[in-house]
Design a protein around this ligand. Sequence first.
Ligand SMILES: [Mg+2]
Length: 399
Amino acid sequence: MRVIFHIDLNAYFASAAVCIEPELAGKPLVITRDNPRSIITTASYQARALGIHSAMPLFQAKKICPDIIVREPDFKLYNELSNQFFSIVASYSPILAVGSIDECYVDVTQLFKDKKYTDPYELAQKIQQEVYEKLHLECSIGISHNKFLAKMASDLKKPMGITILTKKNIKTVMWPLDISSFYGIGKKSQEVLKSNNINTIQDLANYHNYDLLTSIFMNRAFIIYRQANGIDTQPVVGKEKLRSVGNSTTLDKVSNDHTYLEDTLSSLASHVSARAKKRELISNSISITIKYKNGKTITRQTIISRFTNDFEDIISTAKMLFDNNYNGMLVRLLGVSLNNTIEIKNYNQQLSLFDHSELVTKKDDVDNLIEILNQNSNSVKVIKASQLEKKKKDFIIKD
Ligand SMILES: [Mg+2]
């Protein structure tokens, strides 16, 4: 049986703003351009409690709460924080697939096979705590034996929720839900389904409705029907495997000479950088290993604010780790490693904001994002590819 987590950062853009301005914690806050016509991208939970939500125009939110705090989107920050978030999750298992800027799937089956953990719930708590402690971001985690149920589960309890969804409890937990909460069915299809009296996920799972589903979704009907019944065999595959590029060396003679040890680190960092460059791999996670003469070995890892394979970045981080952790004893072996690397081309594709518009699946999120991009630019007009045909006329007139 597989164990898959879907991990979703809660109220991400609002929480990211709190990360850099902690005094905003606990306050009603929205992320949007400060312009009455702007559409809210994210509302903090305190704003949501007042009835303010994403996709609402700012002027309407100000009617509800005149003192609402407004912060403009900061995509550089969002990218940096989400890279750190993915790195933390990948440190548990490298089988990770980025879902969008604030969510990922991770297959943690092996950790249970290896008996590193025995309880998926406890592992989820540990990851949740680590993300919170290191990044001050809240996340909710869905646990299941497949991607679809894990994704559905992470939505059920927010913020900081952990929900287990399995074949055993889908009938009581998932089936009663309205089809609007079924991941992957858009608003248009929901309307068609409802006009055909398919209202709940249970209705989607009902074999008697299968012909009707086929007439609406064509060959996607089979997938939807199976997912509604808790069956999904898709593997968690990232666009690339996360690999480490590391070098270690046993010293010619054991030493506690700081200069000699630092020179050795430099030489290792230069090898790591050259190998990563050759393979076009980058990472924001760097570690060192120190093995002492007495056999004691420590590995210390840190996450830096950007993805790199640059020698200077690697050596400065390795030295910082060394200075903070070296105990002055005789050293037998040193190692430097760039962990959970990704391919440069995939980094650009997967994590750049622009691509995010392709990756997010909720229609509203895409619309919001496009709105922001358009507000940002006077010369380029962004629309969804799916709307290209429909909008062609406006498009030409605007040009
Ligand atoms: Mg989220």
